[in-house]
Design a protein around this ligand. Structure first.
Ligand code: FUB
Ligand code: ZN
Length: 680
């Protein structure tokens, strides 16, 4: 890859989203989710799981204040396992840490989302709340720059002794992401300075130099965050640290094993055996450049691959890029749900073996779909190829938005493709599957992650490379772009995801030379794109490029017909054998009990129905969307107490009309069955 070929996401301040679909989701995040999540982080949502996130920062800030007083001694470090909760949830002790070790990250994600929202919608009240919170966060920071409330409150002697599980570098990553975003949105650098101080401290502690720690994050994200910090500050040390983390990962002797041995010795426990395969969960089973299969915890994996792609984009590292491409192919060809979700198994919230994509026990964490969109966007930045944008679109329009209720008041962590509430109540193998969205979670990684990707959606739709603007996702927008001192205003009108029309009109005071590139979506069989006369037109890797002198009123029109499509899975996917999933454009559809009655498994689609599909509108929670009706059959059930087994006979079926709604909108009308795949 030639570095010059790379593009960068558009600065979201250059884009005003006018899109009915994304505009509505963003508005929900702005009006509902951000204020709601602030309440949740402060444990003020009645009936919701407590977070203790801001409690921990306040406790750490008070502790830091006390530390300056004479006679102060630090509390001793005790390993507290996973989640720690106060005996009386209503009255947590003022100076204790509660929640998961990575609880700080929820606040950082929220600030990041708030920053993106403020970029386009100034809101003094929200900004004031963030500023006030930043004061608390900074007050909690140690003199050294260290900032992680778990160890600040439990005793610093344990800091960086359990990189594998204790998320200090993960929290650093989220702190950086939020700090850069907030600085870019508001010009305020207090949080950025705190992030740099923590990053500087980590630079002092970790690295190839003698005497420094040779470890790396147990949960990735610092890799891509440090690249972002480097790009924001120009400080090479952050890029070096990111490269160090990437290069160290999975090398021998395995750092996680070594630190575990040290801890075991100290605590008098048996020393663990050398078995690096155990570290596949953390993608630390072999050096990243040698990895071929997407394995382990899916969010970790998506964040790692994103960091690898960032590094390769900036340094031209071909080996890293080759690894990214292998891992991408492995995900897309063997481990991706048709809803754009990844991480099929609840065991370790992880990727399963190839083609194991169960529907009812699916994990498909919302954060994992988000991490896939991160990875896809970074691959697109390296080389604009529609294969990446197709998957990014799939994740964003389906699993990512499914993670949030249409009213923004509740969330899914796990995104199954098939649900039977009765089974979920009885079967402990389905314990992780919730049939309705939850107000909050003890481990609340997903809700603020949705908020940050939704509020920065423009950065996924458009990237820039010098004089070229790429449109990857057809999000109606007003975009400004400067070309050789001339300001262009580009208006993208789009009816996607419901109809296949889009057009971009150029407004300019003076003619300007540039390239406008448009993705040809993989779901469209017969795209037709027309540009102004005399423009040079090139088609490459699923994009149409128009290059030339653009004048006021010049327009590119795209006709991207979207048919109703029946999709079959590769027969290696056992679960989907003899079944199809219905899609139209980027939207994946599902059946719900609310429209089709009970026992969705008794329904079968008529294969010829696709040509006669009725396209209609449905309103769910006040939001209009396209629904589909296809002809099919309902199998008769034998009477109660019929024998369990009987000699095979042609099943009795009656005609039925099968109604499908967008997957992202499921479970917004109460509890009921849902299924993406339907028999054929
Ligand atoms: O460990 C931090 C976050 O919590 C992960 O990304 C999620 O999968 C959840 O386990
Ligand atoms: Zn999550």
């Amino acid at each position: 890859m030639n570095k010059k070929e790379a593009s960068t996401p558009i600065d979201i301040r250059q884009v005003k989203i006018t899109d009915p679909f994304w505009g509505a989701v963003q508005e929900t995040v702005r009006r509902e989710v951000l204020p709601y999540q602030w309440e949740a982080l402060n444990d003020r949502v009645p009936g919701a799981e407590p977070s203790f996130c801001m409690h921990n920062f306040r406790a750490a800030a008070r502790l830091m204040e006390r530390k300056t007083q004479p006679g102060f001694t630090e509390p001793g470090y005790t390993f507290r396992g996973f989640q720690t909760l106060p005996e009386d949830k209503e009255h947590p002790e003022a100076d204790k840490f509660y929640g998961f070790v990575f609880q700080d990250s929820d606040f950082y994600k929220w600030v990041e989302a708030a920053a993106y929202s403020l970029s386009n919608h100034p809101d003094p009240e929200l900004e004031g709340t963030v500023d006030g919170a930043i004061e608390i966060i900074c007050a909690a920071q140690q003199e050294s720059g260290y900032l992680d409330t778990y160890y600040i409150l439990n005793g610093m002697d344990g800091a960086f002794t359990n990189l594998k599980d204790h998320h200090e570098l993960y929290c650093l990553g989220h702190l950086i992401e939020s700090a850069v975003a907030y600085y870019q949105a508001t010009g305020k650098d207090k949080l950025l300075r705190a992030a740099c101080r923590y990053a500087d401290y980590v630079c002092q502690c970790f690295g190839p130099e003698e005497g420094k720690c040779k470890g790396y994050p147990g949960h990735e994200i610092a890799e891509m965050a440090l690249v972002r910090l480097y790009e924001a500050t120009g400080q090479e040390k952050y890029l070096d640290l990111s490269r160090f983390f990437l290069d160290q990962r999975g090398t021998s002797p395995n750092y996680f094993l070594e630190e575990e041995k040290r801890r075991a010795q100290k605590e008098g426990r048996p020393v663990p055996k050398d078995d690096s395969s155990h570290y596949a969960y953390y993608q630390a089973h072999k050096p990243v450049r040698e990895q071929e299969e997407a394995v382990g915890h899916a969010v970790r994996a998506g964040y790692l691959y994103s960091g690898m792609a960032d590094m390769s984009r900036l340094t031209g590292d071909k080996e890293l890029l080759a690894a990214c491409k292998r891992l991408w192919d492995n995900i897309v060809k063997k481990k991706l749900y048709i809803t754009g979700g990844i991480g099929g198994t609840a065991v370790g919230e992880a990727f399963s073996y190839p083609y194991d994509l169960p529907n009812d026990t699916a994990y498909s964490e919302t954060c994992a779909a988000i991490s896939l969109a991160f990875f896809a966007r970074r691959m697109l930045e390296i080389s604009p190829s529609s294969e990446y944008a197709d998957v990014m679109e799939l994740s964003m329009y389906n699993t990512v938005v499914a993670g949030m209720a249409l009213d923004g008041k509740s969330f899914f962590y796990v995104n199954p493709l098939e649900v039977s509430p009765a089974a979920c109540k009885e079967d402990t193998r389905l314990e992780h599957v919730k049939t309705v969205r939850q107000k909050w979670f003890g481990c609340a990684c997903c809700p603020p992650n949705i908020a940050r990707i939704v509020s920065s959606a423009a950065a996924y739709a458009f990237t820039e490379r010098e004089e070229t603007l790429f449109t990857h996702l057809y999000m109606g927008s007003e975009i400004t772009k400067e070309v050789e001192g001339i300001k262009l205003r580009l208006i993208l009108e789009s009816s996607i995801p419901w109809e296949g029309r889009a057009a971009m009109t150029v407004h300019t005071d003076a003619p300007a030379k540039c390239t406008l590139a448009f993705r040809l979506p993989g779901w469209c069989r017969a795209p037709a794109v027309t540009g102004p006369e005399g423009m040079e037109r090139v088609e490459k890797e699923g994009y149409v490029y128009f290059t030339g002198i653009w004048r006021d009123g010049d327009r590119v029109e795209l006709s991207l017909p979207m048919e109703v499509r029946l999709n079959a899975a590769n027969p290696r996917v056992r679960e989907d054998m003899g079944r199809v999933a219905v899609t139209r454009g980027p939207i994946c559809y599902c059946m719900e009990q609310a429209d089709n009655g009970e026992n969705l498994h008794l329904l079968r689609l008529d294969p010829g129905a696709v040509n006669k599909a009725a396209i209609s509108q449905i309103e769910i929670c006040g939001q209009k969307m396209t629904s589909l009706e296809l002809e099919g059959f309902r199998r008769e059930q034998p009477e109660e107490n019929a024998p369990l087994y009987a000699e095979y006979a042609t099943p009795q079926e009656s005609q039925a009309c099968l109604k499908f709604i967008p997957y992202y909108a499921w479970a917004n009308r109460g509890e009921g069955e849902m299924s993406v795949w339907v028999r054929i």
